[in-house]
Design a protein around this ligand. Sequence first.
Ligand code: ZN
Length: 253
Amino acid sequence: MKNFKVITFLLFGLIIFSCQTEEIETELSNENQELITEEVLAKLTNMGFDITNYPVRVSKEGYTVEEDILIPREEVERRDISSKQRYLSVMTCSNARNVRIQNSLPPGVARRAYASAINSWNAVGNSLIRLVNVTSNPDIIVRSDNGSLPSNVLGQGEFPSGGRAGGLIIINTSLVLNVSQWRSTIQHEIGHNIGFSHTNMLDFGNPISGTPRVDDNSLMNGGRGGTVRNLTTGDKNALRALYGRNNASSICN
Ligand SMILES: [Zn+2]
């Protein structure tokens, strides 16, 4: 998995998507006698159906998607839900205690969001993780993509390899975002570099036990680019599962 990279945070389409999803849920709950749960909607989305442009209808046979495709209830119910915390690889516990990270972003809004993005990970209780800001010899360098990322991608991280944090985070600095959005983006990419894959990607990464079956508000939900301000309880528990301070069963070793 050396230098395994993940394209993250498809930007605007997905931000719009998540907003629209909420509206659809509200409409559905008004129109249908039976509420279509968030979990069912998440599963249908994971199955690849467009629930944004084609509202889901429910009947006793099942769920009708994209106007004319009927999915039997059992088919939806037996599906595993994918919006769960997952990891791909970890640092050693020892390396997790001192992750040297350097801010090489150009002056601007993204650069200003960096410190608070680091602090959000350091602030999680009972975790070994300490990201330490340095100006040389970093484990992780955070820099501009210099135009290399597609225009709809916010940033890109790397997973740990050889027991060390992923070495590079690039940020699409040609995008115009506010501090909060950049903070969320940098936080998210750091999540990759310390081991987390996306909560919303089925079959990519190992599910982390002790986290919710569904956690759509997770910082590591790749479909919510730049919109998640805080780690969820599930995210914090996932961090402790990987790098718990007093946990002999931590996944790091
Ligand atoms: Zn990502």
